[in-house]
Structure formats: structure tokens, C-alpha cells
Ligand binder design. Structure first.
Ligand SMILES: CC(C)(COP(=O)(O)OP(=O)(O)OC[C@H]1O[C@@H](n2cnc3c(N)ncnc32)[C@H](O)[C@@H]1OP(=O)(O)O)[C@@H](O)C(=O)NCCC(=O)NCCS
Length: 299
């Protein structure tokens, strides 16, 4: 019987949702059969070749499926169609570092003092695992590759103190200034791969961190949102004027207006914050106070 449009949609959703589990099952099943035949147990996720009766060879397992061995549905915090958000793991670090560069238009081999490397990101995961987030596709050719990253740390320095330049605020690229018992969350970095922007991934990454602030019972969360749209207005005004217009909602900035729309309170423009030509090196101090803050529950 031909499937109705609704059936097809349901089937597609089910395939998207269950795809990693189906793939995992197939890989493990095939490896079990191969082990029974050869009498040798191997790692099911290690791709292997067999020789067919006509002498041709078959590769058993897509090289793109390496990530499945690490994937656990229980780690998923948010799900968008075909994309999941979870706490970053060390196996995301390489792609996450690449995504970060893509989002800021920095080439793979270009020098970038302010771009986190794979090793930096793996260190953040060790240091403060709950505060690191990644989004990645769970189906299709780019499955398993991190296409968005959010990096945070804890600090006891409140947003009412003078705002330090980014590098000083984080200590070093390995987040040397992270204070495990700090009562504020500090937004260190966030980027969505340009091919995936505007699909709600950034919003999910914000939601994940609002939940984190609530679950750790922190006082709140602050960051300096970069004025990434300034490049289009640099001929008409200086960055301070631009930032104040963004705060007053007279001008829409692709990054800061988006952050204001997600619930942050804009405080003031912060100049010379980080080396970022598109933003005139400036951003807006954005604060979110945890409405449920309770000193006794601070963890
Ligand atoms: C800012 C950023 C993280 C948002 O992520 P995202 O996944 O695109 O965000 P969402 O799809 O959840 O939200 C879409 C919102 O962002 C806006 N937006 C996202 N990308 C945009 C773009 N390239 N141009 C214009 N607006 C954009 C949309 O207008 C929408 O805003 P609204 O719903 O408040 O009207 C992402 O654009 C990015 O990585 N930018 C480059 C790096 C950067 O600026 N990082 C933040 C530094 S503080």
C-alpha cells in the first residue's frame, strides 16, 4: 500500500531518531558473525575487509561510523531534526576546533592565537565537563562531526566588577582562570558552523547552559557578546555608537541581538575585549540572573 505523506514523515523522523542505534546494532551484529566465522574476536568498530568467493573484497563498516562506538543516547540534552546537543567529549575536539575556525572565517592553517585547538578543547572537557557543549548530526555523511561548540567556565568575579579582556578573563587557552566553586558562569566561546546557522542550534546551546546554571544553582551567567555585525556599519559610525544602537534595538546585530532575544540583559559596550576585526574588537556585556538562585544550594 502506498505510504501517505504523514506516514513518510513519521518514518523519516523514526529513522533520523533511531539511526545511530540501528547502525550500532548492524555493526555489532556483523562483527559477531565475522568472529564466529573466523574464530577471532575483534573490535566491532574497527573497519575490516573480507574476500568474496570471486576474489573481490568488501569493507565492513563505513569509515564515517567511527563515532558510533562513543555515542550514547542518554548523553543527549536536546534534539533537533537529525542533530543532537550534548556535553562535549574528547572525541568531538578535533571537529569542534575546525568548526570554530569556520565560524570566524579563519583558515585551517592560518595562525590564530585566539582559536582553541583540539588539545585546548580536550582540556576544557577534562577541567569542567558539564560546562562544554557540542552539537552534531546523527545521520548523513557528516554524522558524528561537531558542527557547533560552546565553551564555559566558572568564576567568582561578578559582572559588576570591571570586565577583563577575554584572554585575561580566561587565564589562558586551557581556561587557567576557571574556579570550580565560582558562583557565576562565564561564557567563553560559542560558534555554529556557517552552513548550519539559523536552524536553532545556537538557541539549543543557550537553553542547555541556562539549564546548567539552574542545576548548579549559580548566581547567573554573563558573557561579552561580540558585535559581529559591526563590519557592515564601520564606515558610518564607531563601534561604541554601533553597540549602543544595538542595545537600544535601533540596529540588529546577528550575534548580540540574537543573544538579547534569548533572555540576556545588555549592560554596556566593552571595547578592546578581544582581537576580532569584524566586531571592531568590541562586544556587549550580557547578563542573565538565575531567578532560582539559592546560596544554600550552590554546588
Ligand atoms: C551567533 C551564533 C552562535 C547563533 O547560532 P545559530 O545556530 O545560527 O542561532 P539560532 O539558529 O538558534 O538562532 C537564530 C537567530 O540568530 C540569528 N542569526 C543566526 N545566524 C545569523 C546570520 N548569519 N545572520 C543574521 N542573523 C543570524 C537569526 O536572526 C536568529 O535571530 P532571532 O531568532 O533572535 O531573530 C552563530 O551565528 C555563530 O556561530 N556566529 C559566528 C560566531 C559568533 O558570533 N559567536 C558568538 C560570539 S559571542
Amino acid at each position: 500500500m502506498p505510504k501517505s505523506g504523514k506516514d513518510k514523515k513519521t518514518l523519516k523522523q523514526a529513522l533520523n531518531y533511531d539511526w545511530p542505534e540501528i547502525q550500532k546494532h548492524l555493526i555489532e551484529e556483523r562483527a559477531r558473525e565475522a568472529a564466529e566465522e573466523s574464530g577471532e574476536e575483534g573490535d566491532p568498530y574497527e573497519p575490516y575487509w573480507t574476500t568474496n568467493s570471486d576474489g573481490t573484497r568488501t569493507l565492513h563498516m563505513s569509515l564515517d561510523s567511527w563515532w558510533l562506538q562513543h555515542f550514547d543516547r542518554e548523553d543527549v540534552i536536546f534534539e533537533l531534526p537529525g542533530i543532537v546537543v550534548m556535553n562535549s567529549k574528547d572525541w568531538h575536539a578535533g571537529d569542534a576546533a575546525w568548526t570554530l575556525r569556520e565560524a570566524y572565517g579563519v583558515g585551517r592553517d592560518e595562525d590564530c592565537d585566539d582559536c582553541f585547538s583540539e588539545e585546548d578543547i580536550a582540556t576544557h572537557v577534562e577541567l569542567f565537563p558539564e560546562g562544554q557543549f557540542t552539537a552534531f548530526r546523527i545521520s548523513g555523511p557528516a554524522a558524528g562531526q561537531a558542527l557547533a561548540i560552546a565553551v564555559t567556565m566558572r568564576t567568582s568575579r561578578p559582572p559588576t566588577a570591571s570586565i577583563l579582556p577575554w584572554r585575561e578573563a580566561i587565564g589562558d587557552m586551557r581556561l587557567g582562570a576557571h574556579e570550580p566553586d565560582g558562583d557565576w558562569l562565564y561564557g567563553v566561546e560559542m560558534a555554529v558552523h556557517p552552513n548550519y546557522q539559523g536552524h536553532g542550534i545556537g538557541t539549543s546551546l543557550y537553553e542547555a547552559r541556562f539549564s546548567l546554571v539552574k542545576s548548579l544553582s549559580l548566581r547567573g551567567w554573563y558573557l561579552v557578546g561580540m558585535l559581529m555585525g559591526y563590519r557592515d556599519h564601520a564606515d558610518d559610525m564607531d563601534v561604541l555608537e554601533y553597540g549602543n544602537k544595538v542595545i537600544a534595538r535601533e540596529v540588529k546585530d546577528p550575534t548580540v541581538t540574537m543573544q538579547m532575544n534569548r533572555g540576556f540583559r545588555p549592560e554596556r559596550v566593552i571595547t578592546d575585549y578581544v582581537d576580532e576585526a569584524a566586531a571592531g574588537d568590541a562586544g556587549v556585556l550580557l547578563v542573565w540572573d538565575n531567578p532560582h538562585f539559592d546560596l544554600e544550594k550552590l554546588t
